[in-house]
Design a protein around this ligand. Structure first.
Ligand SMILES: [Zn+2]
Length: 234
């Protein structure tokens, strides 16, 4: 009996021979990956093929691996996968208990990702502590700080006052992002803790005049605002 990785590798190689008409298949690396949900990817980098299969399919039968291998390689060659393969894959993957497993995996990962303020480049606890000292006389109580699960580009920060949580987009956890920029996003969210929203003429206003005035106290306000405009325009 082969492991899931080894048998998937054999099927991917066969798919390259048949779909890609290659006598010699490329070097292939297969790994099961804790994707949220039923996600699988195939990539070529430097003549090597990298296949990542959602670990929800770890116990799938051989025919399902084979069908998935052919679907992935067809995608690579911009060809339509055969109806039988798609049918085989779907019949298995869309079974209620497989779907439930993928749902469960997604939920657990969603929850897991919500903990931890330490990113690859920035640490949200440290950022918060520094800004609290510099601008708020240490008067803000530290909320739950977390990176977003996805690398959201349009929403860079969010303050949830019900759960006392500040979420910062994972897209900012990047050495290309200058520290003053992520600091400004965090500072903005911290201002939401200080300035509660107000109802004015029947509308809830989050960014009151006092909020905006405080926002301009940020030491690199002009630079940060300009950079954010550029990011939003991308
Ligand atoms: Zn805001």
């Amino acid at each position: 009996m082969f492991s899931g990785e080894a048998s998937m590798k054999i099927h991917v190689a066969e798919a390259f021979r048949q779909v890609g008409n290659r006598s010699e298949p490329p070097e292939i690396q297969v790994s099961f990956y804790p994707f949220a949900g039923l996600n699988h990817t195939i990539r070529i980098r430097k003549q090597r093929v990298y296949v990542r299969v959602s670990d929800v399919l770890r116990d799938a039968p051989q025919q399902v691996y084979r069908a998935l291998a052919f679907m992935l390689v067809s995608k690579l060659y911009n060809k339509r996968a055969s109806t039988e393969d798609v049918k085989l894959y779907r019949q298995y993957a869309y079974q209620p208990d497989v779907l439930r497993a993928s749902d469960l995996a997604r939920q657990q990962r969603g929850r897991k990702r919500l903990t931890g303020s330490d990113g690859f480049t920035y640490n949200l606890d440290k950022l918060f502590a520094r800004l609290n000292r510099q601008y708020f006389d240490n008067e803000l109580t530290k909320p739950t700080l977390s990176w977003s699960a996805r690398r959201t580009k349009r929403i860079l920060g969010h303050h949830d006052y019900v759960h006392e949580t500040i979420v910062i987009s994972r897209s900012l956890d990047d050495p290309q992002i200058p520290e003053y920029l992520i600091s400004f996003v965090m500072y903005h969210e911290m201002l939401h803790m200080k300035h509660r929203s107000r109802i004015i003429n029947g509308r809830r206003i989050y960014h009151t005049a006092a909020f905006r005035a405080d926002e301009r106290r940020f030491d690199r306000y002009e630079d940060a605002a300009e950079e954010l405009d550029k990011l939003a325009g991308r």
